[in-house]
Design a protein around this ligand. Structure first.
Ligand code: ADP
Ligand code: 5GP
Length: 204
């Protein structure tokens, strides 16, 4: 399979390109995954690259197509899914938008020796863990459900039903943390960031 085959050309006397890795990051909405991931990419020295997922949800103010997500229509998403273009894809919130990891994006970056970060939900993560058991999986926990609610309210990107749906799902998602290789509580952001860097360094 593409992820376990060493990328090596023994016919030439050159050092083989070291294959990359997959790092899965999950946690309930509002826990700080995006914040931690942005910091990791800008401040750490690992060859990290964020896998840009496809979604049918509309962009939030400031989000850029191709940087934050590939924002596509439901029809386009279903066509890609039928063509086997997703490594995993799910309706993250019941009755809500579809999200999926593009297989091609991950494969290309792994071949280039990158550490591909997948910031995905628990269902997608379980799928990837099964297909790529050597991947590193990290679950980000909130210090409490109250703190999580406060962060989501402060972020202010979801309202009404959208917000309550995310909060309702948080407890269910948190119960999946046991399936991950590592767990980090994001109480103090600097401390959580340091822990994440340590976990990644031990995966080197
Ligand atoms: P996620 O990507 O998990 O949905 P975000 O990274 O968007 O979450 O963070 C949600 C909100 O919480 C943002 O407004 C962010 O600035 C804030 N936040 C992140 N980490 C902390 C922390 N340790 N303490 C307080 N607020 C935080
Ligand atoms: P948001 O709408 O806040 O950007 O993301 C909502 C949730 O969808 C988050 O838990 C995020 O991790 C998850 N998500 C984002 N991209 C993907 C993806 O490609 N696959 C899956 N399964 N979940 C994703």
């Amino acid at each position: 399979m593409w992820f376990s085959v060493a990328h090596e050309d023994s016919s030439k006397n050159v050092s083989p390109q070291k294959r990359g890795k997959v790092v899965i990051i999950s946690g309930p909405s509002g826990v700080g995954k995006g914040t931690l991931v942005k910091r990791l990419i800008s401040e750490s020295s690992f060859p990290l690259v964020l896998s840009v997922s496809a979604t049918t949800r509309p962009p939030r103010p400031g989000e850029v197509n191709g940087r934050d997500y590939w924002f596509i229509s439901r029809d386009e998403f279903l066509e890609k899914r039928a063509n086997g273009e997703f490594l995993e894809s799910f309706e993250v919130y019941e009755g809500g938008a579809l999200y999926g990891t593009l297989r091609e994006t991950v494969e290309t970056q792994i071949r280039q020796g990158k550490w591909v970060l997948l910031e995905i939900d628990v269902k997608g993560a379980l799928c990837v863990m099964k297909e790529l058991p050597e991947s590193l999986s990290v679950f980000i926990l909130p210090p409490s459900l109250e703190a999580l609610k406060e962060r989501l309210l402060n972020r202010g990107t979801e309202k009404g039903e959208d917000l309550s749906r995310r909060l309702e799902q948080a407890e269910k998602e948190i119960s999946f943390n046991k399936f991950y290789k590592e767990r980090i509580v994001n109480d103090n952001l600097d401390k959580a960031f340091e822990e994440l860097v340590k976990v990644l360094a031990s995966y080197n």
